[in-house]
Each structure stands twice: as C-alpha cells, then as structure tokens.
Design a protein around this ligand. Structure first.
Ligand code: NDP
Length: 273
C-alpha cells in the first residue's frame, strides 16, 4: 500500500492530496467506513457538522489504532452558526463530537452572503487557528467576491477553498485564482456525485486504455490538474479502488478529452444559501 502524496499548504503544513469524504455516511456507519478507509491507506477524512457524523468519524479514527498525528481531519462550520461567538461555540461542539483536541483543517462550509456574517465567522476561525486548535483554516464554496472581502478585511489567507469540481464542472477560473493567491483547490463531488459521469462511454474508453476503472481515471484527471480530491464511497472495494490512483498518469490526449467534457454548470446550487 503506497502512501498518498501530500501538498504543502500556505502555512507550511502538509495535507494528503486525496481524502475520504463522509457526506451521507450515517453516523452509525461512519466508524466502520472511516476504519476501512484508513486501512486502505487514506490519511485524510473530510466531515462537517452538517453531515451529522462527526461522532462516528471520531470513533472510527480512535478505534483504527493509527496515531492521531497521522490522520488529517477536516470539519466545517454550518450555515446556521455564522457569526463570531456562534462559530466558536460550533467549533467546540464539533471537537467534542469528534473526541479530538484539535482539527487539521477547519472550513466555513458556505459563505451565506445573505447573512453577511462570513467575515466575522472567518475571524473566529483565525482565533481558533491562533489558539492552535486548527492547524489550518479555510473556506468552501467561496466565490471570488467572498475571497476578495476576506483578503481586504482579515489577515490569514485561507489555506483551502473546497469547491464542486469534476469533469462536467472544471472551475478553470477558480483554480487560476486560487493558484494566484496560494490557496489549495479541493474538489468536492470529484466523481460527479456518482451520477451519469462514470458511465460515460468516453470515460469508459479511457479507463480501458489504462486498465483502470472510470472512477480511477476521473480522480486521476482531477489530481493531474493539481487539485486535492475527497471521493466518498460506502463500499470497501470502491473505497480501496478510489485511493489507488497514484501508479499511473493520463497522457495529454486524454487530459484534452476530459477538458472537452466541461458543461459549465454545477450539479448542485453554486450560490446556495
Ligand atoms: P463523489 O463525487 O465522491 O461521489 C460519490 C458517489 O459516487 C457515491 O454515490 C458513491 O456510491 C459513488 N462512487 C464512489 N466511488 C465509486 C466507484 N469507484 N465506482 C462507482 N461509483 C462510485 O460525491 P460526494 O458528493 O459524496 O462528494 C465527495 C465528498 O465531498 C463528500 O463526501 C464531502 O466530504 C464533500 N462534499 C463537500 C461539499 C461542500 O459543500 N463543501 C458538498 C458535497 C460534498 P457508493 O457510496 O454507493 O459507492
């Protein structure tokens, strides 16, 4: 089992380039799913308060027997908790459910511009970071205008922006912006949320060429763009398959074939909430 390569975040800490996403994994199933992922070689877990499985996720990590320092844990503050004090309280509650004394990455799940509180929320993340309770802080689903406001009104550059990114929604502009600002792009729904994408004949043909599965070539494409990926699966064989994507590379022609799959729109609501 080979080690997942890492990226160095803008504050110098190391983060695996592939992690296990646990959205839609029920809390009672999370310990086993997380243990399976850790056993398969994942060292990064992506949860959120809104997934209602932080407790099960923490249990899976604790019971895995793997040193806590070896596992990169991300969680996120939910939309209902925006604001300085409520974010600090939400973070305490997340740590408590996870059974941890710190997380590796704490993200604002959505900017919720209508509330106009994300700057205050981010200041709470800065406090959490300064106190050493999150090794890095960042955002999710932030558009350029939201990142601009953080740049103008706060001091810590987000380490990560976690956004929807898969072959049908490739986010070229956001990737370029993040690269310019030293922000790592993390792709959510990297498999297109398991909808039609993995059955597309063009992806099947590329998969056959490398003797890999459609999911593997889709993840490989995303990694070769320079992004971090966090695929989710509830099934042990798929969990193992999705982390086994570092022993081959797609050639330029196949990268170009992927580039042509862009549909220019998200699966989910881009400006939700
Ligand atoms: P993914 O793109 O990871 O796709 C998951 C789906 O693909 C599931 O239905 C899964 O089914 C299926 N699948 C997984 N592996 C394979 C495989 N090898 N072959 C065939 N099918 C497969 O979607 P998600 O939407 O779950 O996104 C991944 C993670 O991103 C989430 O778990 C979460 O951590 C994060 N996320 C963050 C968001 C944000 O707003 N910040 C929003 C959405 C997601 P099965 O489980 O049955 O195998």
């Amino acid at each position: 089992m080979s080690r997942v390569p890492t990226v160095i975040l803008n504050n110098g800490i190391e983060m695996p380039r592939l992690g296990f996403g646990v959205w839609q994994v029920p809390d009672e199933e999370a310990p086993e799913a997380v243990a399976t992922a850790l056993e398969a070689g994942y060292r990064k877990i992506d949860t959120a308060a809104a997934y209602y499985n932080e407790a099960g996720t923490g249990k899976g990590i604790a019971e895995s027997g793997i040193d806590r320092a070896e596992v990169f844990v991300t969680t996120k503050v939910w939309n209902t908790e925006h604001g300085y004090d409520s974010t600090l309280r939400a973070f305490d509650a997340s740590l408590n459910r996870l059974g941890l004394d710190h997380v590796d990455l704490y993200l604002i799940h959505w900017p919720v511009p209508d509330k106009d509180l994300y700057v205050d929320t981010y200041r709470a993340l800065e406090k959490i970071y300064a106190d050493g309770r999150a090794r890095a802080i960042g955002v999710s689903n932030f558009l350029r205008e939201h990142l601009d406001r953080l740049a103008d009104e706060t001091s810590v550059v987000p380490a990560v922006n976690q956004i929807e990114l898969h072959p049908q929604h490739q986010q070229a502009e956001a990737r370029a912006l993040h690269a310019e600002r030293g922000i790592v792009t993390e792709s959510w729904s990297p498999l297109g949320s398991g909808r039609g994408l993995l059955k597309a004949p063009v992806i099947g043909a590329i998969a056959r060429k490398y003797d890999r599965s459609p999911a593997q070539v889709v993840l490989r494409w995303n990694l070769q763009l320079g992004n971090v990926v966090i695929p989710k699966s509830a099934y042990p064989p798929r969990i193992a398959e999705n982390v086994d994507v570092f022993g081959f590379s797609l050639d330029d022609e196949d990268m170009a074939t992927f580039a042509a799959l862009e549909q220019g729109r998200p699966l989910g609501p881009a400006k939700k909430k």
